[in-house]
Ligand binder design. Structure first.
Ligand code: IPM
Ligand code: MN
Length: 351
């Protein structure tokens, strides 16, 4: 297969982890006789510095005309510490999600056999966890009306959802659940929020189309607790943008490290693959960040093109690296820590 992949390294550790995913993807391509044409483009603070804009039109054109987008991370402390900055790297990420129509963010949570003992959570609680949080990505409070009033002393952000936005996300959730263990959980705050009541109403109305799927409705605060207490109770979860942002960081604890969790963002056209972690600026340029979340995001990419053997090969070599202790410092504990680039080289060589 011939694939054109837009390559958006972004900020902080983005370029380093992306490099490793490229090494591994190229090794897979060589092994299975595919041709990958990488198309690098600017995003985030790097793009602001170069052209004054975090998601330039040129970058959008490259993404829109590719078969897929592989993305690193966005964000820079120089903007975090300056609330008055009007152009921010994160705006690039949000604009990209919106312009590419990536309304569903697929964030799987699973455990790695060799890391179970290292989790801060008890082994018997997490072993065998296999759930997917399907986060709405182009609506809700991230994109609602926001402003300041009263001379800047009052601020508001609004969570707005339209029925069609909930419906298309929920449909993906039902379809996924159908292929898995047929359980769908709608996570909301319907005891307080009107937008959550619209979520519930919309999902309830769809239930009859999917009689084989058992749907439950749970409040997000309770889910925050149950997710780490009984992760195995969940299969596919659908939720609003902000709730999903928070719950997926929480869920990463189940697998052992933020540095391990991949994601895909899908819509109607091109899909994007990215680690759920951020730009981790403290580690930028030090060759110490864990590249596995990005490498596993590349596995999700291959899978979406029905290259299942290729995806399985990546996951297998990642598991092998974990079992053999070829890991970066976040997972090394007292053992030797490998560099980001060494992990990438090892993975590519052992494919
Ligand atoms: C994520 C990130 C982003 C988000 C930030 C960087 C804007 O935390 O992808 O989860 O909040 O969506
Ligand atoms: Mn987040």
């Amino acid at each position: 297969m011939k694939l054109n992949i837009a390559l958006l390294a972004g900020d902080g550790i983005g370029p380093e982890v992306i490099d490793q995913a490229v090494k591994v993807s190229n090794a897979v391509a060589a092994k299975y006789h595919h041709e990958i044409n990488w198309k690098p483009a600017l995003t985030g603070a790097a793009a602001i510095d170069a052209v004054g804009e975090p998601y330039p039109d040129e970058t959008h054109a490259i993404c829109a005309n590719s078969d897929a987008v592989l993305f690193g991370a966005i964000g820079h402390p120089r903007f975090d510490n300056d609330p008055s900055a009007t152009v921010r790297p994160e705006q690039g990420l949000l604009k990209m999600r919106q312009k590419l129509g990536l309304f569903a963010n697929v964030r799987p949570t699973f455990t790695f056999p060799s890391l179970i003992e290292k989790s801060p959570l008890k082994k018997e609680r997490i072993e065998g966890t296999d759930l997917i949080i399907l986060r709405e990505l182009t609506g809700g409070i991230y994109f609602g009306e926001r402003n300041r009033k009263d001379d800047g002393n009052t601020a508001f952000d609004t969570m707005t959802y339209e029925r069609f936005e909930i419906e298309r996300l929920a449909r993906k959730g039902f379809e996924m659940a159908k292929k898995r263990s047929k359980k769908l959980c709608c996570v909301d705050k319907a005891n307080v929020l009107e937008s959550s009541r619209l979520w519930r109403e919309t999902v309830q109305a769809m239930e009859k189309e999917y009689p084989e799927v058992a749907v439950s409705y749970e409040f997000v605060d309770a889910v925050a607790m149950r997710l780490v207490q009984w992760p195995k109770a969940y299969d596919v979860m659908i939720t609003a943008n902000l709730f999903g942002d928070i719950l997926t960081d929480e869920a990463s604890v189940i697998s052992g490290s933020m540095g391990l969790m991949p994601s895909s963002s899908v819509g109607s056209e091109v899909s994007l693959y990215e680690p759920i972690h951020g730009s981790y600026p403290q580690a930028a340029g030090k060759d110490i960040a864990n590249p596995l979340a990005t490498v596993l995001s590349a596995a999700m990419l291959f899978e979406d093109f029905n290259l299942n053997e290729e995806a399985a090969a990546i996951r297998a070599v990642v598991n092998k690296s974990l079992a053999e202790g070829i890991v970066t410092e976040d997972l090394a504990e007292d053992a030797k820590a490998y560099k980001t680039s060494e992990v990438g080289d090892w993975l590519a060589a052992n494919l």
